[in-house]
Structures are given as structure tokens and as C-alpha cells.
Write a protein that binds this ligand. Sequence first.
Ligand code: NAD
Length: 491
Amino acid sequence: MLPTSLTDDGEVQNYVNGSWRTPTGADGQAVTDPGTGERLATVPFSGGEDVDEAVAAANAAFEEWRSTAVEDRIQPLFRLKTLLEEHIEELAELLVREHGKTRAEARGELRRGIENVEVACGIPKMMQAGTLAHAAPEIDESAVREPLGTFVGITPFNFPAMITLWFLPHAVATGNAFVLKPSEQDPLVVARIFELIEAADFPDGVVQLVNGGPDTVDALLEHNGVEGVSFVGSTPIARHIYQTAAAHDKRVQAQGGAKNHVIVTESADPAYAAEKTVASGCACAGERCLSNDVVVIEDAVYDEVVEHMVREARAQTVGYGLEDGVDIGAIISPEHLDTIHGYIETGLEEGAELLVDGREVSVDRGGNYVGMTLFGDATPEMTIAREEHFGPIQALVRVADFDEAVEVVNHSEYGNAASLFTDSGHKATRFKHEVQAGNLGVNLGTAAPMAFFSFGGRKDSFFGDLHAQGEDMINFYTDKTSYIERWPDQG
Ligand code: NAD
């Protein structure tokens, strides 16, 4: 089912001050099912006037919302959680149709998003900031967390529902107003979630949806009425967001792209490591910031691990995400599929050994498909081992020992995530302390933090200081006022 808020012409709407409106900017683009090529809708881009209107409504709503009792602020979030649970199957299907991932992956994304709503419902406890009696002679001191105003969320195409819910629940639970600018590539599941937000009965203006592209983003970044920006997307755009928002005196957290590594040591179970590593590389067709693209294997077990990985890669079924038994769904667009093919060509040109060629798969659905691709004997300098390709390609690198493995991982410009497969507690401890990445996993393929822990990221994978999820969200969306009291005896 498509969102009911679409116009009769199939245009995606903004949600501003409690009502649905068509964006008025000149540009726009088609929303297409990547698995079939079917056109689903059109997303018109918001212009400066749309942005002004949304920010003005958010700022007006903030005045009352900021002092609304915290118990009352979380009631719409409890209702939203229930509505998301009730509609999870329908939302998952819509997500598959506009994004291309599999139904199981879509359900998993929504589940992760719902967990963030659940965490934000704990704001009455999480927002407390501490009191100290006798902080100085005759003085008690406490800190009070205050919301700041209107925050903006700008999100990528690969997890349109989950990343919306990384930010929105925490921003509004802490007493701020929130404006979301979703990815223009797959805005439909977000539109449907906003229909549920409308049903959850937030006061008008507290939560707004503004669709658009780069110009819409820039209008939000430069707007005087915006206090801060939460961004997730590619590294060049994350850097632009960080610099532009900061230049306009805003708080900003900008998570960028990734190039994640797996280390497999000689004591790991090779079959288990191969299974989990390949699963991590092909999930969401490699369109994940936690996807492990580079597998660094100790020489003693290289051949055995590679043999298992080839078997695992060949066992993956590529197909339309709504069909049963599919492991790898469609790639978001024909252009991105071309980019992935380009990386496979570059891998060959630079001398890596193509062990499994994902270009050989054929899916008779009219969409954008590529299978799991493995390159053996890759080096850390090769393009496929350095650049984010955002596809199901893994580069397998042979190293002499664990020291060299850590060097290879830390050589990367990115620092989003890394995984280790080992039976050695000592190497696991070294991995924890020496590897420069924000999300680390031991004996698991994907290091994805739960909603009550912050989502890490270092180096070119993150710009800012406070991350998404967990306690960082509370610090990002509030400021602390220190309250110092002395009550001398007046006789
Ligand atoms: P993207 O950077 O192309 O787009 C992200 C958002 O930025 C979109 O809303 C888009 O409209 C906007 N945007 C694009 N170009 C812009 C410009 N020139 N000026 C202003 N705004 C612009 O990213 P994407 O392709 O949608 O998403 C994939 C990227 O996101 C990958 O690099 C992936 O690693 C990253 N990602 C990171 C994390 C993380 O937590 N670090 C999580 C998910 C995705």
C-alpha cells in the first residue's frame, strides 16, 4: 500500500503544522521500485518558502512544547510505538518496494527504529541532570537540562525508516521541535510513518516533514530558526553539512560513509567466520554503513577461510525482495548499479583475483541486481579495499599476523566499524584497544549497537562529537543550566 497522503497525481506531500501540503519548489524526481523499475510516485522538492513555513511552525510549537510536562510529551511516542508495531508488515512491504532490500531486512530495520522510540519513552529518567547538596558552603547546586528549539534531521536512502527514528523520538521527547528532510530516493516509507505520527496526535508543528534535495538541505542549514542538525549520509556531504551548519552557528552531528574491516585470526572457526562475514557483506545488497567490505585473514588460515567464503557467496540467492528465499535484493538505482560494476572492473584492472563474480546473476524482474562478489589476493592499496563502493563486494587481504591485520584496518581513512573472529581473548582485548573504529564486534559479522548505546564512528566516518542513539542524543538535543542556591538564615 502506498501512503494515503500522496496526491491524486502520485506526489509526495510535506507535513507542516499538522497538515499535508505539496512542496512548491521547481525540482523533483521519480520514486521507483528498484526491483522492477516500476514508477511508484514523484517527490517534488521544497523551496525556500516551504522551508520557512516549516521552521516557523516548528518554532511556534516549541514555545508550548518545551514546557509541556515530560509525561505528556512521551504519550504520543507510546502511541507511535503501538502504531508502528500494528503497521510493521505494511511498512516493511513499502520499504522493500521503494528501497529494494528483502522483507526480512525491512522488518529488521523497522524493529531497530521502534527500539529507538522505546528508548526515547524513558526520557523522564534520562533527562535528569543531577543535584549535589553542599556543593559549596551553604550552597546546593543542580543542573537542569533544557531543550533548545528546532532541530533538523537529514537522512540517507539506505535506512530511511530507522535513521528517521534515531533522531525524531529523542528530539521531541526532550522538548524540541523537529523537521525531517528524508532521502529523495525513497521518501515513501517516511511519508507513511508521518501518517502514523499524525494519528499519534503530536501537537501541530512539533514534528514536520519537508521533502527535497540538496537545495532544500542548504536552505535548512542556513536558516536562522534552526538550532541544530542531525545528519547521516556519505562522507563528502557529511563534511559539507558539518562545515555549513557550524558556519551558521548550529550544533551539528554528521555521520558519514564507511569502509569496514573484518579480521580473521588463525584461531577462529573458519566456517563460522566465513558465514558471518559473507552475510555481513551481502545484507541490504551491501548498501549499509556497517557492511564489512575488507576481510583481513591471517596467512595460516587464508586458504581455508577463502574456500568457505566462496561457498557461502555462491549460496546467496539474488532476487526481488518481496519473494521468499531471497538473500540479496535490488540496488537502489541503475546509476548506483553502474558504480558497483565500475568497482568490479577496477578490482580486475588493479590485479585482484575475481573469485565470485556477482555480475553473472540474472533476475528477470526488470530491476537493478548484482550478486555477492569476492576478490582474493587484494591489497590494502587497491581501490576496492579503500573506497566505499556500497555494494556486495568483499576484498580478501592476506596478512602475516595479527599486528599486520591491525595496521591494515587502521590504515583506512574511515573508522565506522570492524569485526574480529578469534578464539584468543588476548587478541580480542588488543582489538578493542588498538583498532580505530567506533563500533567493534567480536565473533559477529556486523557491529550494530542497540538503541540504548551510541552509534560510534571515527575519522572520516563522523564529524562532530555527540553520536546518534543512546545518551549522546540527550546531550545533543539539550543544554544544561546550572542552578546554584544559597538560603542564608534571615533570622
Ligand atoms: P548522500 O550523502 O548522497 O545523501 C544523504 C542526504 O544528504 C540526503 O537526504 C540527500 O538529499 C542529502 N544531500 C545529498 N547531496 C547533497 C548536497 N550536495 N548538499 C546537501 N545535501 C545533500 O547519502 P546516501 O547515498 O543517501 O546514503 C548512503 C551513504 O550514507 C553512505 O555513504 C553510507 O555509508 C552513509 N551512511 C552512514 C551511516 C552512519 O551511521 N555513519 C548510516 C547510514 C548510511
